[in-house]
Design a protein around this ligand. Structure first.
Ligand SMILES: [Zn+2]
Length: 157
């Protein structure tokens, strides 16, 4: 399933990639172009544009803006996608990340001292690593998982 993310959800597009879910971020497209693109790929659009969602019907998930964690939990449930905490996609462009053990040139020296594993995007020429921000990512992941588990429990009873 090809996932398209409407322009207003840039943050969601990035977070989906951080959690290993590939998606196409739609920036600067007209509604008509979006409809054609999503339909031709039999994809699904994530948007909070009601009109656009109505035109796409089953090819759309209407995302009501709420907290980041609730939004991500809702998307996992409604799209049937699971998240992982293993960096595999570039959060910026969505391309596959390559694991490298040498320090790519854009890594600051003080990071090189402590980090031995890097994730490199050959499209953006950018490197990522599990630095201090990784803790925040883990916390967000855990909170999202809790909401998903909670809603699964509610559905059973
Ligand atoms: Zn990239």
């Amino acid at each position: 399933m090809k996932i398209f993310v409407d322009e207003m959800f840039r943050n969601i597009s990035r977070w989906l990639r951080i959690f290993g879910v590939s998606n196409f971020y739609l920036k600067g497209f007209k509604d008509k172009e979006i409809i054609n693109l999503v339909r031709n790929n039999d994809g699904v659009l994530i948007t909070s544009d009601k009109k656009l969602c109505l035109s796409l019907r089953r090819n759309c998930v209407f995302l009501k803006p709420s907290s980041l964690e609730r939004e991500l939990a809702f998307l996992s449930i409604s799209l049937g996608i699971s998240y992982s905490l293993n960096p595999s996609l570039c959060p910026i462009c969505g391309d596959k990340l390559i694991v490298v053990s040498y320090s790519p040139p854009d890594v600051p020296p003080k990071v090189r001292k402590f980090v031995k594993k890097f994730y490199f995007c050959s499209s953006c020429k950018k490197s990522f690593w599990k630095g201090r921000h990784w803790e925040k990512i883990q916390k967000t992941y855990n909170r999202v998982m809790k909401i998903i588990e909670g809603s699964a429990r509610n559905n059973k009873s």
